[in-house]
Every structure is written in C-alpha cells, then in structure tokens.
Design a protein around this ligand. Structure first.
Ligand SMILES: Nc1nc(=O)c2c([nH]1)NC[C@@H]1CN(c3ccc(C(=O)N[C@@H](CCC(=O)O)C(=O)O)cc3)C=[N+]21
Ligand SMILES: [Mg+2]
Length: 354
C-alpha cells in the first residue's frame, strides 16, 4: 500500500537516514496493520527519528566540559602538525592586573589548557597600582613580539584604567578575545567574514553545533547586553538566521519574553534568577552565568550556580548546560582555538593588521 509514503512528513524523506537493518519479521507484522495504524506508527517513528537527529544524541545535558576536552584534543593534533611545518608554536599572552581571586583562577586555567594543547604561553602579572601608560607599554611590546600570536587582557581592569583604551591598543590580528572595534565591526557586518569572535558566545554556538541543535528560524532570546557576551551572542545567532530578541534590565514582562525562547542564552550574572516555569517547554537553555554563592558545606566556602534555577528548569527543557561544566570550559577552548587561528593567519600572511 502506498498510503504510508504519501503521508510521511517531508522531513523524513529528505533526511540522510541510515537504511534500517533488514528485519523481515518486523515488516511482516507491519503489513497486517490497518493503513491508519500504519500511518500513526510511521509518523510517530519519523518524529522520534527527526528529533533524535536534531539533537544527535539523547543527551539532555549539553556537556561543555567533555566537549571542550574533545576540542582541545583536536587542537593538539593541529598544533603538533603546525609545529612540524613551521618549527614554531602558537603563543598566547595573558595580562593580569591586580590579584582578584576569580581572575587568578581563570588565568591559571588558561595557562594549564594552553600548555595541554601545545601552545606557548606568556604570563604578565601587573600590580593593581600599575599605571595605564605602563599597561599600554606592555601591550605595545606584546604587539611587536613575534612569539606572541594572541593577547588577552583579563577583565575587569581596575577603575583607574580605561578598559576601552587598553582593548583598542591590542593589534587586531592578535585580538583573540574579539573585543577590538574592527573585530566587533566585522561580526556586526552580517555579510563578509568575521574576524575574531568573542570566546564565550563562540563557545555557546560551538556547543549547539556539536549537539546538532538547529538555530535557523528558531526564536532565540538573549538575556544580557554586554559587549563580552550578550551583543556578540545575538549577532552570531542572527548570522545563523535565528529570530533574536535581546532582553536587559529595562525589559518589561521579562518572563513573557523568556517563554517565547526556543533557544535561551542567559548571561545576566544573577544567581538562579530565572524560574523554570518561565521557560518554553522543550526549549534549549544555555546558561552562561557563573555565580559564586556562599555555601559553608563546601571546602571553598562557596559553590557555583548559573542564572537559571537548575532544579526547576531541568525537567521542563529539551537540553541545558550545567554550571560548572558548561560554557566556562567552552570559553577557554575557544580562546585556544582563536590563538591557533591567529597563528595560522600570521604564518600564511593572511593576518588583518597592516
Ligand atoms: N578578557 C577576558 N576574556 C574572558 O574570556 C574573560 C575575562 N576577560 N574575564 C572573566 C571572564 C570569565 N571567564 C571564564 C572562563 C572560564 C571559566 C571556567 O572555566 N569555569 C569553570 C569553573 C571554574 C571554577 O571552578 O571556578 C566552569 O564553568 O566549569 C569561567 C569564567 C572568562 N572571562
Ligand atoms: Mg575601567
């Protein structure tokens, strides 16, 4: 009977499915069903297959930690090959001003993972009291240093230093954070190649892609409008043909906006601010927030939580990133990836700087 084929959703016909194993027993049973039952069975099976293909796995937790490890393994292979070719390794310089505990932890992680991947890493620790002029001088030296392919100035900077001035001083071709105006401009110019893309939003998109989550045509809601996360995340989603809303502290009816999101990117930095029941059922939640909350039961005295209330969100959503182990490790992986990209562009003479 042809009726089964006629009513198949077209998605099923165009999907590159692996052929079913030949199970004649199974098909025989199928033959004895009424056309209506066969249609119902087939349709249901199609939808299950399609949703399985869309998510790649049945994974509900988008495992940033494991994915970042996989990316680092891929990068290591690439860096080893580049070393054979050029007898040189990509170099990452990290500039840390002051002695914020959290900044020190992040910077230590960056060096550890840079080493794991085979990058050269250069540490520049400056005292809290450093002058803006001295910091700019350090940046100028790193801009000139041929061993350095990527420069990262850990934020936030002390209040007496102009963050804007410092970030704009970094050579565009070494701006692995993607904060330089030219890289921002390239990202926001929808046609044409982007330069360096900020690491956190790039990590969000990379995670969605590695789990085969469709972005095109979906309603994406970005909570937060920072230069580091919110704005570039919205631009990246727009580039991939999502319909994008950006919400912020002045947004009225926030919960209503959140409830429209097929994909939610939460980057407000407020611990467990977003209630589970705001979320659209079966949506995809990317929780960028890494908030320390006091917890006397831990050895550190605090634990990390996201912007979303995990306990409420988890049963409601299709998939969600954990905190920790979600976007944090992906951010560092993207920093390493950008540094390798900077090296490749430099050695091939494709770099954007004059
Ligand atoms: N110029 C600049 N570029 C940045 O990319 C930048 C910055 N400044 N300043 C601070 C923020 C924050 N950030 C994180 C990166 C990794 C984790 C990370 O790996 N977190 C682990 C947990 C780490 C822990 O246990 O403390 C996780 O989420 O699993 C967190 C935060 C990069 N930032
Ligand atoms: Mg400042």
């Amino acid at each position: 009977m042809d009726s089964v084929n006629v009513t198949m959703p077209c998605a099923f016909q165009t999907m590159p499915l692996k052929p079913f194993p030949k199970q004649t027993k199974h098909l025989d049973i199928f033959r004895f069903l009424s056309p209506q039952t066969r249609i119902a069975f087939t349709t249901r099976r199609c939808f299950r297959l399609v949703s399985c293909l869309e998510t790649n796995t049945h994974a509900k937790i988008l495992d940033g930690k494991a994915t970042a490890q996989q990316i680092r393994n891929e990068l290591k292979t690439k860096v080893d090959a580049l070393y054979k070719l050029y007898a040189m390794r990509p170099g990452l310089a990290v500039v840390l001003v002051g002695s914020r505990k959290d900044s020190q932890t992040y910077v230590r992680n960056k060096h550890r993972f840079a080493k794991e991947v085979g990058l050269e890493s250069f540490n520049h620790d400056l005292p809290e009291s450093v002058t803006e002029a001295r910091l700019l001088q350090v940046i100028d030296e790193l801009n000139q240093d041929p061993r350095v392919h990527g420069i990262l100035v850990q934020l936030p900077l002390p209040a007496h230093i102009s963050t804007e001035k410092v970030l704009q001083r970094i050579d565009v071709s070494k701006d692995v954070d993607g904060f330089h105006a030219e890289n921002v401009g390239r990202l926001c110019t929808l046609k044409g190649e982007p330069g360096f893309i900020p690491c956190t939003p790039q990590g969000c998109l990379e995670l969605l892609d590695r789990y085969n989550i469709q972005i095109q045509g979906k309603h994406a809601v970005v909570l937060g409008r920072s230069n580091i996360v919110g704005i570039p995340a919205a631009m990246l989603l727009l580039r991939r043909n999502a319909t994008v809303s950006i919400c912020h502290s002045f947004t009225e009816n926030l919960s209503e906006e959140v409830s429209k999101a097929d994909i939610l990117i939460a980057a407000i930095g407020k611990p467990e601010w977003i209630s589970g029941h705001w979320l659209k059922p079966n949506s995809v939640v990317i929780d960028v927030g890494i908030n320390a909350v006091k917890d006397v039961n831990t050895s550190r005295g605090y634990r990390l939580v996201g912007d979303v209330r995990w306990e409420e969100a988890y049963p409601r959503v299709r998939c969600i990133t954990p905190v920790p182990g979600g976007i944090g490790p992906m951010t560092v992986a993207m920093l390493l990836k950008n540094t390798v990209k900077a090296f490749e562009q430099r050695t091939r003479g494709e770099s954007l700087s004059k």
